[in-house]
Unconditional design. Sequence first.
Length: 186
Amino acid sequence: MDGVLGSNPKMHNQSKAFHFLELALRLCVIPLTLSSLLVIVSSNQTSDLYGTVEFNNLSGFKYLISINAISGVYSLGSVFISKSRCFKMYDWVLFVLDQMTTYLMVTSGSAVSEILYLTEKGDREVSWSEVCSYFGSFCQKTKVSLGLHFVALLCFVVLSLISAFRLFSKFDAPYSSLAIMEENGK
């Protein structure tokens, strides 16, 4: 099995570097998602003219909170899985879960980005006015939360690439049809 990491000293060192980077990124995701979650939960603000705005008024914020919680818990669990490598399907499981988590983080970040755009700019066609001039603190906190979320997303993009590389580097490249024909003497 030529493609297995560890059969070549250079590949083994590369594997150790990837494992260290992977572990560091998984550990970085935990405080990023937790901070994003806590900032958005604490982003309530009251205005004498317009009342109170809270994170739970908009489903996009609830979705972001849920995905941040799921991503943080998954990242913590994946740290233990990656250190123990306790089962044979380790690489496949992390590859699939890293991909799923990355996509969920993209969707939740996109939903909140759209909400923030509307709170900043409004939409005159449907009679929505901007609200950030009245709820500035709320808007600022949600921007910070979204920024932290996108940094965590960037970590997961890199983790997805690492898990894909680790998984698919174990396999030999497929033969081209020309190589098969030459091998068969045709």
